[in-house]
Design a protein around this ligand. Sequence first.
Ligand SMILES: NC(=O)c1ccc[n+]([C@@H]2O[C@H](COP(=O)([O-])OP(=O)(O)OC[C@H]3O[C@@H](n4cnc5c(N)ncnc54)[C@H](O)[C@@H]3O)[C@@H](O)[C@H]2O)c1
Length: 290
Amino acid sequence: MADLSGKAAFITGAGSGIGQGTAVRLARDGADICIAEIDLDAAAETASMVREFGRQAHVVRCNVASHDQVQSAADECVAELGSIDIAVANAGIGRGGSVLEMTQKDWQDQVDINLTGVFLTVQAAAQRMVTAGSGGRIVCISSLAALNTSAQMWSYSATKAGVAMMVRGWAADLGQHGINVNAIGPGVIDTPLAHALAGDEGGPIRTQLEAATPLGRSGRPSDIAGLISFLVGPDAEFMSGSYLVMDGGLRDARGNLMEDPESPVGQERMRHMQSSMERTARLQPLIDQR
Ligand SMILES: NC(=O)c1ccc[n+]([C@@H]2O[C@H](COP(=O)([O-])OP(=O)(O)OC[C@H]3O[C@@H](n4cnc5c(N)ncnc54)[C@H](O)[C@@H]3O)[C@@H](O)[C@H]2O)c1
Protein backbone atom coordinates (compact mmCIF):
# COMPACT_ATOMS: atom_id res chain seq x y z
CA MET A 1 0.00 0.00 0.00
CA ALA A 2 1.40 3.40 -1.03
CA ASP A 3 1.67 6.11 1.62
CA LEU A 4 0.00 9.12 0.00
CA SER A 5 -0.34 11.20 3.18
CA GLY A 6 -0.26 14.93 2.45
CA LYS A 7 -1.08 14.45 -1.26
CA ALA A 8 -4.12 15.81 -3.09
CA ALA A 9 -5.62 13.82 -5.96
CA PHE A 10 -7.80 15.33 -8.71
CA ILE A 11 -9.96 12.55 -10.19
CA THR A 12 -12.41 13.06 -13.05
CA GLY A 13 -15.52 10.90 -13.26
CA ALA A 14 -15.00 9.76 -9.67
CA GLY A 15 -18.71 9.37 -8.96
CA SER A 16 -18.93 5.83 -10.33
CA GLY A 17 -17.03 2.70 -11.30
CA ILE A 18 -13.27 2.90 -11.68
CA GLY A 19 -13.14 6.57 -10.65
CA GLN A 20 -15.06 5.90 -7.45
CA GLY A 21 -12.93 2.85 -6.67
CA THR A 22 -9.82 4.97 -7.22
CA ALA A 23 -11.05 7.78 -4.97
CA VAL A 24 -11.69 5.29 -2.19
CA ARG A 25 -8.35 3.53 -2.66
CA LEU A 26 -6.27 6.71 -2.76
CA ALA A 27 -8.13 8.01 0.31
CA ARG A 28 -7.30 4.74 2.07
CA ASP A 29 -3.68 5.37 1.06
CA GLY A 30 -3.88 8.78 2.78
CA ALA A 31 -4.67 11.27 -0.03
CA ASP A 32 -7.30 14.01 -0.02
CA ILE A 33 -9.58 13.76 -3.04
CA CYS A 34 -11.12 16.27 -5.44
CA ILE A 35 -14.02 14.62 -7.28
CA ALA A 36 -14.56 16.34 -10.64
CA GLU A 37 -17.92 15.12 -11.98
CA ILE A 38 -20.96 15.99 -14.06
CA ASP A 39 -23.15 13.79 -11.82
CA LEU A 40 -23.21 15.60 -8.48
CA ASP A 41 -25.34 12.98 -6.66
CA ALA A 42 -22.86 10.27 -7.57
CA ALA A 43 -19.99 12.57 -6.58
CA ALA A 44 -21.59 13.19 -3.17
CA GLU A 45 -21.74 9.43 -2.56
CA THR A 46 -18.03 9.09 -3.36
CA ALA A 47 -17.25 12.08 -1.11
CA SER A 48 -18.89 10.42 1.88
CA MET A 49 -16.95 7.20 1.19
CA VAL A 50 -13.69 9.21 1.11
CA ARG A 51 -14.55 10.97 4.39
CA GLU A 52 -15.01 7.60 6.09
CA PHE A 53 -11.22 7.24 5.79
CA GLY A 54 -10.77 10.58 7.57
CA ARG A 55 -9.64 12.29 4.36
CA GLN A 56 -10.90 15.54 2.86
CA ALA A 57 -13.22 15.24 -0.12
CA HIS A 58 -14.13 18.16 -2.35
CA VAL A 59 -16.79 17.86 -5.05
CA VAL A 60 -16.65 20.12 -8.06
CA ARG A 61 -19.04 20.15 -11.00
CA CYS A 62 -16.93 19.65 -14.09
CA ASN A 63 -17.61 18.53 -17.63
CA VAL A 64 -14.19 17.40 -18.87
CA ALA A 65 -15.15 18.39 -22.42
CA SER A 66 -15.13 22.05 -21.39
CA HIS A 67 -11.79 23.87 -21.16
CA ASP A 68 -13.16 26.51 -18.81
CA GLN A 69 -14.83 24.02 -16.46
CA VAL A 70 -11.70 21.88 -16.20
CA GLN A 71 -9.53 24.94 -15.54
CA SER A 72 -11.81 26.24 -12.80
CA ALA A 73 -12.18 22.76 -11.26
CA ALA A 74 -8.40 22.49 -11.06
CA ASP A 75 -8.24 25.95 -9.45
CA GLU A 76 -10.87 24.85 -6.91
CA CYS A 77 -8.87 21.73 -6.11
CA VAL A 78 -5.80 23.84 -5.34
CA ALA A 79 -7.86 26.35 -3.34
CA GLU A 80 -9.59 23.66 -1.26
CA LEU A 81 -6.93 20.95 -0.93
CA GLY A 82 -3.75 23.03 -1.35
CA SER A 83 -2.34 21.40 -4.51
CA ILE A 84 -2.75 18.83 -7.25
CA ASP A 85 -0.10 16.18 -6.64
CA ILE A 86 -1.95 13.38 -8.43
CA ALA A 87 -4.36 13.56 -11.38
CA VAL A 88 -6.41 10.68 -12.73
CA ALA A 89 -8.02 11.44 -16.11
CA ASN A 90 -10.70 8.81 -15.82
CA ALA A 91 -14.02 10.25 -17.06
CA GLY A 92 -15.13 8.48 -20.20
CA ILE A 93 -18.16 7.25 -22.12
CA GLY A 94 -18.81 4.42 -24.58
CA ARG A 95 -20.97 4.72 -27.69
CA GLY A 96 -20.92 1.60 -29.83
CA GLY A 97 -22.33 1.25 -33.31
CA SER A 98 -21.80 0.37 -36.95
CA VAL A 99 -20.00 2.93 -39.11
CA LEU A 100 -23.10 2.87 -41.31
CA GLU A 101 -25.27 4.20 -38.53
CA MET A 102 -23.20 6.11 -35.99
CA THR A 103 -24.34 9.70 -35.67
CA GLN A 104 -21.82 12.51 -35.73
CA LYS A 105 -23.15 13.49 -32.28
CA ASP A 106 -22.23 10.09 -30.76
CA TRP A 107 -18.81 10.24 -32.44
CA GLN A 108 -18.20 13.81 -31.30
CA ASP A 109 -19.30 13.17 -27.69
CA GLN A 110 -16.78 10.35 -27.41
CA VAL A 111 -13.99 12.44 -28.91
CA ASP A 112 -14.87 15.42 -26.71
CA ILE A 113 -14.96 13.41 -23.46
CA ASN A 114 -12.56 10.50 -24.00
CA LEU A 115 -9.87 12.34 -25.95
CA THR A 116 -10.23 16.13 -25.54
CA GLY A 117 -11.36 15.62 -21.92
CA VAL A 118 -8.18 13.71 -21.10
CA PHE A 119 -6.06 16.38 -22.82
CA LEU A 120 -7.79 19.20 -20.91
CA THR A 121 -7.50 17.34 -17.57
CA VAL A 122 -3.82 16.57 -18.03
CA GLN A 123 -3.10 20.10 -19.22
CA ALA A 124 -4.85 21.72 -16.24
CA ALA A 125 -3.22 19.39 -13.71
CA ALA A 126 0.26 19.60 -15.25
CA GLN A 127 0.15 23.41 -15.44
CA ARG A 128 -0.48 23.58 -11.69
CA MET A 129 2.12 20.91 -10.92
CA VAL A 130 4.73 22.87 -12.90
CA THR A 131 3.80 26.10 -11.10
CA ALA A 132 4.09 24.38 -7.71
CA GLY A 133 7.46 22.94 -8.73
CA SER A 134 7.08 19.67 -6.79
CA GLY A 135 6.52 17.27 -9.68
CA GLY A 136 3.47 15.04 -9.83
CA ARG A 137 1.85 11.87 -11.02
CA ILE A 138 -0.74 11.58 -13.77
CA VAL A 139 -2.65 8.45 -14.77
CA CYS A 140 -4.92 8.37 -17.82
CA ILE A 141 -7.53 5.67 -18.24
CA SER A 142 -7.31 4.23 -21.74
CA SER A 143 -8.69 0.74 -22.43
CA LEU A 144 -7.83 -2.69 -23.73
CA ALA A 145 -9.92 -1.40 -26.64
CA ALA A 146 -6.87 0.68 -27.64
CA LEU A 147 -5.39 -2.61 -28.88
CA ASN A 148 -8.48 -4.56 -29.93
CA THR A 149 -11.58 -3.41 -31.69
CA SER A 150 -14.72 -4.65 -33.41
CA ALA A 151 -17.44 -3.59 -35.82
CA GLN A 152 -19.24 -1.92 -32.92
CA MET A 153 -16.35 -0.57 -30.85
CA TRP A 154 -14.15 1.17 -33.44
CA SER A 155 -14.97 4.75 -32.41
CA TYR A 156 -14.42 4.06 -28.69
CA SER A 157 -11.19 2.25 -29.63
CA ALA A 158 -10.01 5.23 -31.66
CA THR A 159 -10.33 7.54 -28.65
CA LYS A 160 -8.62 5.07 -26.31
CA ALA A 161 -5.73 4.43 -28.73
CA GLY A 162 -5.33 8.20 -28.86
CA VAL A 163 -4.99 8.34 -25.07
CA ALA A 164 -2.33 5.60 -25.06
CA MET A 165 -0.30 7.56 -27.62
CA MET A 166 -0.78 11.01 -26.05
CA VAL A 167 0.62 9.70 -22.79
CA ARG A 168 3.90 8.82 -24.49
CA GLY A 169 4.30 12.35 -25.80
CA TRP A 170 3.33 13.89 -22.47
CA ALA A 171 5.86 11.70 -20.64
CA ALA A 172 8.56 13.06 -22.98
CA ASP A 173 7.31 16.62 -22.39
CA LEU A 174 6.73 16.62 -18.65
CA GLY A 175 9.60 14.46 -17.35
CA GLN A 176 11.79 17.58 -17.07
CA HIS A 177 9.31 18.87 -14.46
CA GLY A 178 9.37 15.66 -12.43
CA ILE A 179 5.93 14.65 -13.66
CA ASN A 180 5.27 11.00 -14.56
CA VAL A 181 2.40 10.22 -16.93
CA ASN A 182 1.15 6.69 -17.53
CA ALA A 183 -1.91 5.04 -19.07
CA ILE A 184 -3.87 1.98 -18.02
CA GLY A 185 -5.74 -0.32 -20.40
CA PRO A 186 -8.46 -2.04 -18.37
CA GLY A 187 -10.19 -5.08 -19.82
CA VAL A 188 -13.81 -5.71 -18.82
CA ILE A 189 -14.36 -4.09 -15.42
CA ASP A 190 -17.68 -4.46 -13.64
CA THR A 191 -19.10 -0.90 -13.78
CA PRO A 192 -22.21 0.77 -15.27
CA LEU A 193 -20.20 1.57 -18.41
CA ALA A 194 -19.29 -2.10 -18.86
CA HIS A 195 -22.99 -2.95 -18.57
CA ALA A 196 -23.62 -0.65 -21.54
CA LEU A 197 -20.81 -2.12 -23.66
CA ALA A 198 -20.62 -5.74 -22.52
CA GLY A 199 -24.04 -6.46 -21.08
CA ASP A 200 -25.20 -7.43 -17.61
CA GLU A 201 -23.44 -9.81 -15.31
CA GLY A 202 -24.72 -13.29 -16.16
CA GLY A 203 -25.88 -12.16 -19.62
CA PRO A 204 -24.67 -13.83 -22.82
CA ILE A 205 -21.98 -11.28 -23.84
CA ARG A 206 -20.46 -11.04 -20.37
CA THR A 207 -20.59 -14.80 -19.89
CA GLN A 208 -18.75 -15.31 -23.18
CA LEU A 209 -16.16 -12.64 -22.29
CA GLU A 210 -15.57 -14.11 -18.84
CA ALA A 211 -15.25 -17.61 -20.30
CA ALA A 212 -12.61 -16.26 -22.71
CA THR A 213 -10.72 -14.53 -19.87
CA PRO A 214 -7.92 -16.77 -18.57
CA LEU A 215 -8.49 -15.58 -15.00
CA GLY A 216 -12.19 -16.39 -15.40
CA ARG A 217 -13.93 -13.23 -14.21
CA SER A 218 -14.60 -9.58 -14.96
CA GLY A 219 -12.34 -7.08 -13.26
CA ARG A 220 -13.41 -4.95 -10.30
CA PRO A 221 -12.87 -1.21 -9.93
CA SER A 222 -10.62 -2.05 -6.97
CA ASP A 223 -8.31 -4.04 -9.30
CA ILE A 224 -7.66 -0.95 -11.42
CA ALA A 225 -7.53 1.29 -8.35
CA GLY A 226 -4.73 -0.90 -6.95
CA LEU A 227 -2.68 -0.38 -10.12
CA ILE A 228 -3.31 3.37 -9.94
CA SER A 229 -2.18 3.35 -6.31
CA PHE A 230 1.08 1.74 -7.47
CA LEU A 231 1.55 4.23 -10.34
CA VAL A 232 1.12 7.27 -8.08
CA GLY A 233 3.20 5.82 -5.24
CA PRO A 234 6.93 5.67 -4.52
CA ASP A 235 7.56 2.33 -6.25
CA ALA A 236 6.68 3.79 -9.67
CA GLU A 237 9.02 6.77 -9.42
CA PHE A 238 10.95 5.66 -12.54
CA MET A 239 7.91 4.81 -14.62
CA SER A 240 6.54 7.15 -17.27
CA GLY A 241 5.03 6.89 -20.75
CA SER A 242 3.79 3.35 -20.14
CA TYR A 243 0.53 1.75 -21.19
CA LEU A 244 -0.29 -1.04 -18.75
CA VAL A 245 -2.96 -3.60 -19.58
CA MET A 246 -4.95 -5.09 -16.69
CA ASP A 247 -7.46 -7.50 -18.20
CA GLY A 248 -7.21 -10.93 -16.55
CA GLY A 249 -5.33 -12.12 -19.66
CA LEU A 250 -8.19 -11.33 -22.06
CA ARG A 251 -6.02 -9.53 -24.64
CA ASP A 252 -4.33 -12.63 -25.99
CA ALA A 253 -7.28 -14.93 -25.40
CA ARG A 254 -9.76 -12.69 -27.17
CA GLY A 255 -9.31 -14.55 -30.43
CA ASN A 256 -11.02 -17.50 -28.73
CA LEU A 257 -14.24 -15.57 -28.37
CA MET A 258 -15.82 -16.50 -31.67
CA GLU A 259 -14.05 -19.82 -32.04
CA ASP A 260 -16.37 -22.48 -30.75
CA PRO A 261 -14.73 -25.49 -32.47
CA GLU A 262 -18.17 -27.04 -32.96
CA SER A 263 -19.58 -23.98 -34.76
CA PRO A 264 -19.53 -23.80 -38.58
CA VAL A 265 -16.87 -21.06 -38.38
CA GLY A 266 -14.79 -23.09 -35.94
CA GLN A 267 -15.05 -26.21 -38.12
CA GLU A 268 -14.06 -24.33 -41.25
CA ARG A 269 -11.14 -22.73 -39.43
CA MET A 270 -9.97 -26.18 -38.30
CA ARG A 271 -10.15 -27.48 -41.91
CA HIS A 272 -8.08 -24.54 -43.16
CA MET A 273 -5.54 -24.94 -40.38
CA GLN A 274 -5.25 -28.64 -41.24
CA SER A 275 -4.66 -28.00 -44.95
CA SER A 276 -2.24 -25.19 -44.17
CA MET A 277 -0.25 -27.59 -41.96
CA GLU A 278 -0.25 -30.21 -44.74
CA ARG A 279 1.00 -27.63 -47.24
CA THR A 280 3.72 -26.50 -44.84
CA ALA A 281 4.75 -30.14 -44.32
CA ARG A 282 5.09 -30.58 -48.10
CA LEU A 283 7.20 -27.42 -48.38
CA GLN A 284 9.36 -28.17 -45.36
CA PRO A 285 12.10 -30.01 -47.32
CA LEU A 286 12.41 -26.96 -49.61
CA ILE A 287 12.53 -24.63 -46.61
CA ASP A 288 15.31 -26.74 -45.13
CA GLN A 289 17.51 -26.40 -48.28
CA ARG A 290 19.69 -23.46 -47.26
N1 LIG B 1 -15.60 -0.58 -17.24
C1 LIG B 1 -14.81 -1.09 -18.16
O1 LIG B 1 -14.90 -2.26 -18.53
C2 LIG B 1 -13.74 -0.21 -18.77
C3 LIG B 1 -12.78 -0.83 -19.56
C4 LIG B 1 -11.79 -0.07 -20.14
C5 LIG B 1 -11.74 1.30 -19.90
N2 LIG B 1 -12.69 1.89 -19.14
C6 LIG B 1 -12.59 3.35 -18.95
O2 LIG B 1 -12.57 3.63 -17.57
C7 LIG B 1 -13.09 4.93 -17.33
C8 LIG B 1 -14.15 4.86 -16.26
O3 LIG B 1 -15.19 4.03 -16.73
P1 LIG B 1 -16.22 3.29 -15.78
O4 LIG B 1 -16.38 1.93 -16.34
O5 LIG B 1 -15.86 3.47 -14.36
O6 LIG B 1 -17.54 4.12 -16.17
P2 LIG B 1 -18.76 4.65 -15.30
O7 LIG B 1 -19.81 4.99 -16.31
O8 LIG B 1 -19.07 3.74 -14.19
O9 LIG B 1 -18.17 5.99 -14.67
C9 LIG B 1 -17.82 7.09 -15.47
C10 LIG B 1 -18.05 8.37 -14.66
O10 LIG B 1 -17.63 9.46 -15.49
C11 LIG B 1 -18.58 10.50 -15.34
N3 LIG B 1 -18.55 11.31 -16.57
C12 LIG B 1 -19.04 10.97 -17.79
N4 LIG B 1 -18.86 11.98 -18.65
C13 LIG B 1 -18.25 12.97 -17.95
C14 LIG B 1 -17.80 14.27 -18.31
N5 LIG B 1 -17.99 14.76 -19.52
N6 LIG B 1 -17.18 15.01 -17.35
C15 LIG B 1 -17.01 14.53 -16.10
N7 LIG B 1 -17.43 13.32 -15.71
C16 LIG B 1 -18.04 12.55 -16.63
C17 LIG B 1 -19.92 9.81 -15.16
O11 LIG B 1 -20.85 10.68 -14.52
C18 LIG B 1 -19.52 8.62 -14.31
O12 LIG B 1 -19.63 8.91 -12.93
C19 LIG B 1 -13.61 5.42 -18.70
O13 LIG B 1 -12.64 6.25 -19.29
C20 LIG B 1 -13.77 4.13 -19.48
O14 LIG B 1 -13.68 4.35 -20.88
C21 LIG B 1 -13.69 1.17 -18.57
